[in-house]
Design a protein around this ligand. Structure first.
Ligand SMILES: Cc1cc2nc3c(=O)[nH]c(=O)nc-3n(C[C@H](O)[C@H](O)[C@H](O)COP(=O)(O)OP(=O)(O)OC[C@H]3O[C@@H](n4cnc5c(N)ncnc54)[C@H](O)[C@@H]3O)c2cc1C
Length: 413
């Protein structure tokens, strides 16, 4: 078995891994990224949040993606029984970006990975991290299985786990915890949408709520070149009620939401439909002596507010200082500089996700006479500015959102 050396080994070249690799390579470290697939590869999660733009700019990676021609995103529309509630990002409490993109993740992730390589990181595709031995302090040892069956060892000084829902280190180290939310499942694909409705606003994600089943929801994310991402979230047993191949089941359920059914009446569905179930999990600790967990490897709750890539990028930005300091011999305060802020951001989204699935947030979002100031605060959460503690719905306890939900609830509920 070959043995090689690096300063930092990064598991996974998704948005978290590629950003982390770029930031560390910029600081002069030897960085090796191990990625089990070959890019470009399909990934779900096309709807970015404006907060991502700050993160991409902060990592100096904006220019790597800005000429890709992605669909601009300016807001979110929630739709139920043909009634809409729209939020745009130019009407925000937190000063920040008023727009972002809806991206083909295969292309977006590939561009970020190429940028990491251009800035000096070594990327190795088709290499699966099989195990990591942390027995010797400051010298973790990775065992890597290549596509061709060969196994190699890589000696590092530090490991970043950016392996997404594979969560390599949490599983090896026993840090993986089941999520507390009820189990949910997703079905999703891309389509050539052929949408000709002049009222359709391509520059925002459309979230459709099932007319009879309030915890079932759909997304339509317009992409460039007449393509779109469509998908749905539902209790697993609910999705099992339909027969046939996944693409037929997805079409069957989409037909039940009148708005999406109309918009997608002429859509050509890709035959490959992604499925995932029971996708929520928690992680007991986001860092240890010689490792840090980034992006989805640090936990995932639900895609309703498109928060995944935002957290992925943020976790890389927050980890770079403590990693750099530790490798220079200092003892960084990991809790204050990394784990605390990442957990804070996750907590804000989790609070809103819980209110969404209780059905309470819907009344706030669809409130016909909203308080304009509160509306801007909600827009900032929807834009991903969940670290702005001036926003009462960021800094405030659960109680504040609960109170708002109660005030907006119809008299009968
Ligand atoms: C149904 C659904 C819809 C979603 N929609 C959105 C959305 O609209 N917007 C949004 O922001 N987020 C969305 N998300 C979440 C989003 O997909 C993730 O949060 C995001 O991709 C996380 O980025 P990451 O870099 O942490 O991980 P990933 O993008 O998952 O990248 C991890 C990489 O690690 C590699 N890897 C895994 N195991 C190994 C191993 N052993 N060795 C080497 N490499 C390995 C994988 O091949 C992969 O390339 C959605 C999630 C789901 C489930």
């Amino acid at each position: 078995m070959n043995s090689q050396h690096t300063d930092i080994a990064i598991i996974g070249a998704g948005p978290a891994g590629a950003t982390m690799a770029t930031l560390l390579a910029d600081r002069g470290w030897r960085v090796t990224v191990l990625e089990r697939s070959h890019f470009p590869r399909f990934a779900v999660g096309e709807s970015l949040l404006p907060r991502c733009m700050d993160a991409l700019a902060g990592a100096g990676m904006l220019q790597a993606v800005e000429n890709a021609g992605y669909q601009i995103k300016r807001g979110v529309t929630f739709s139920e029984n043909d009634r809409d509630a729209s939020f745009t990002f130019d009407d925000q409490f937190t000063p920040g970006w008023s727009w972002t993109w809806q991206v083909q993740r295969a292309d977006f992730d590939h561009r970020l990975a190429l940028e990491a390589e251009r800035r000096g990181a070594a990327l190795r595709f088709g290499q699966t991290v099989a195990s990591v031995d942390f027995a010797t302090p400051g010298a973790p040892q990775l065992t890597i299985a290549a596509d061709d069956g060969t196994r190699t060892e890589l000696a590092a000084r530090f490991v970043c786990d950016a392996s997404g829902s594979a969560r390599v280190l949490p599983r090896l180290l026993g840090l993986d915890r089941p999520g507390s939310a009820p189990s949910r499942a997703a079905l999703f694909t891309h389509v050539a949408d052929h949408i000709d409705d002049p009222d359709y606003q391509r520059d925002r994600i459309l979230i459709g709520i099932h007319p009879e089943q309030p915890d079932v929801w759909y997304w339509l994310i317009g992409l460039a070149d007449g393509r779109a991402s469509v998908g749905m979230i539902a209790p697993p047993e609910w999705l099992q009620a339909a027969d046939g191949p996944p693409v037929d089941r997805l079409r069957h359920f989409l037909a039940q939401e009148p708005r999406l059914a109309r918009l997608l009446a002429h859509a050509e569905f890709d035959s490959r439909v992604g499925q995932t179930e029971n996708y929520a999990y928690d992680i007991a600790a986001l860092h240890g002596r010689d490792y840090a967990l980034l992006g989805n490897a640090a936990g995932f709750v639900d895609p309703i507010f498109s928060s995944g890539v935002t957290i992925a990028l943020e976790s890389a930005l927050r980890a770079v200082e403590p990693i750099d300091a530790q490798l220079r011999g200092a003892a960084p305060d990991w809790q204050t500089r990394f784990e605390g802020p990442i957990r804070d951001g996750q907590r804000v989204f989790t609070r809103f996700i819980a209110a969404w699935y209780r059905g309470a947030l819907k009344h706030v979002l669809f409130n016909p006479a909203p308080d304009p100031a509160i509306r801007t605060m909600l827009s900032s959460i929807l834009a991903g500015y969940v670290w702005d503690t001036n926003n009462p719905y960021v800094a405030g306890p659960e109680r504040r959102l609960d109170t708002l939900c109660r005030l907006c609830a119809p008299a009968s509920s």
